[in-house]
Design a protein around this ligand. Structure first.
Ligand SMILES: Nc1ncnc2c1ncn2[C@@H]1O[C@H](COP(=O)(O)OP(=O)(O)OP(=O)(O)O)[C@@H](O)[C@H]1O
Ligand SMILES: [Mg+2]
Length: 243
């Protein structure tokens, strides 16, 4: 459902912050981009979500081109990024209604989705509180629920568990696992090994804009000849990081 073909991105003329990246994410799969700060994960995910244009290469989402068919793609993806902030003066209840209208969902469907997510994430008691008054974890759960209000087949989550305590992080990873099993294609980024290990069917290690290893964890470990996933990552980093 997501196909990335030889994609590069330059902000300034000389360096590719994303450098000739290719991969595919199929339905019922959770694909993780694992990389250190500045690796290019957010830039890549913004290109897949049509917010940025690739400098080279092409991306297709549900068979549609990310540049030509950007508008049609919006209805097919749920995108979450730390860069987006909820309106601090709104409330969870109002935000659900707002995004429901934005996606042109029937009011009855909005109510249903609202109820489902409020139950799942314990948002109910905070439904009418101002966003500004809510905890980091609650805000993140609301962002996640809203980004998926239209039940999109493709899910693109940039660092979904960042800043969350272990219980909230678990609720989020559990939800993503469930979505990954029932017909969705999930792409997520993280720099947290345990998140990658717990969630992903396939991992691409990204360093300085390039994918330097790809596969399941066992494959990545054996490919580097190290004994643990962390050690494999460090060895890949030493080998590929440009000074
Ligand atoms: N708008 C921009 N203009 C110029 N350079 C940018 C811009 N956005 C990102 N960069 C640079 O591109 C590189 C990749 O950044 P990006 O945010 O994609 O990395 P990341 O892997 O998401 O990192 P993090 O783990 O810190 O979120 C970095 O060197 C960053 O400084
Ligand atoms: Mg980032």
């Amino acid at each position: 459902m997501i196909e990335v073909n030889h994609v590069s991105k330059q902000y300034r003329r000389d360096i590719n912050v994303v450098d000739d990246v290719s991969f595919t994410v199929e339905k019922n799969r959770i694909f993780g981009l694992l990389g250190p700060n500045g690796a290019g994960k957010t830039t890549l995910m913004q290109m897949i979500s049509t917010l940025l244009r690739p400098s080279a290469g092409s991306i297709s989402v549900c068979g549609m081109d990310s540049v030509r068919d950007a508008r049609a793609i919006h209805g097919k993806i749920g995108f979450l990024t730390s860069e987006v902030r909820l309106d601090p003066f709104s409330t969870p209840d109002k935000l659900f209604d707002f995004f429901g209208k934005l996606y042109q969902l029937e009011p009855s469907r909005v109510s249903m989705r609202k109820e489902e997510s409020f139950d799942r994430f314990g948002i109910g008691p905070f439904a009418d509180k101002k966003i500004a008054e809510l905890s980091t974890g609650m805000k993140q759960k609301i962002s996640i629920a809203i980004s998926l209000i239209h039940d999109p087949p493709v899910i693109i989550f940039d660092e979904p568990t960042n800043g969350l305590d272990i219980l909230t992080a678990f609720q989020v990873t559990e939800y993503l696992t469930e979505l990954g099993k029932n017909g969705h294609a999930v792409l997520l980024s993280t720099h947290i090994f345990s998140v990658a290990e717990a969630l992903c069917d396939e991992i691409a290690v990204m360093i300085d804009g390039k994918i330097v290893a790809e596969g399941d964890i066992a494959g990545i470990i054996s490919g580097t000849g190290e004994r643990s996933f962390e050690k494999s990552f460090l060895s890949l980093y030493k080998k590929h990081h440009r000074e």
